[in-house]
Write a protein of this length. Structure first.
Length: 89
């Protein structure tokens, strides 16, 4: 079949009638769902603000000074090698 024959076959397609009340059924499914009750929304907002405040408090009150424990102290305590030698030659 060449292109012209395929295009001609498309002209024979007839319009299909939609089922009754199709638009009504579609609009029923698309209709917005009811919102959560006001008490739930306020509770969610309150908990979110409380978590944010706790995080901010921890962030600003954490000590900026480093402990005296450094990587070298940990390596020496665990008796690890600080050299990259695979073989002790």
């Amino acid at each position: 079949m060449n292109i012209d024959q395929k295009l001609e076959s498309l002209k024979r397609i007839k319009r299909v009638e939609p089922p009754a009340f199709l638009f009504t059924r579609i609009m029923e499914q698309v209709k917005p769902k009811p919102q959560a009750p006001l008490t739930w929304r306020l509770a969610f907002a309150g908990v979110s603000i409380a978590i944010f405040c706790i995080n901010a408090f921890i962030l600003f009150n954490s000590s900026d000074s480093k402990d005296n424990i450094s990587v070298e102290v940990i390596v020496n305590t665990m008796e690890l090698s600080t050299l990259n030698d695979l073989y002790h030659e």
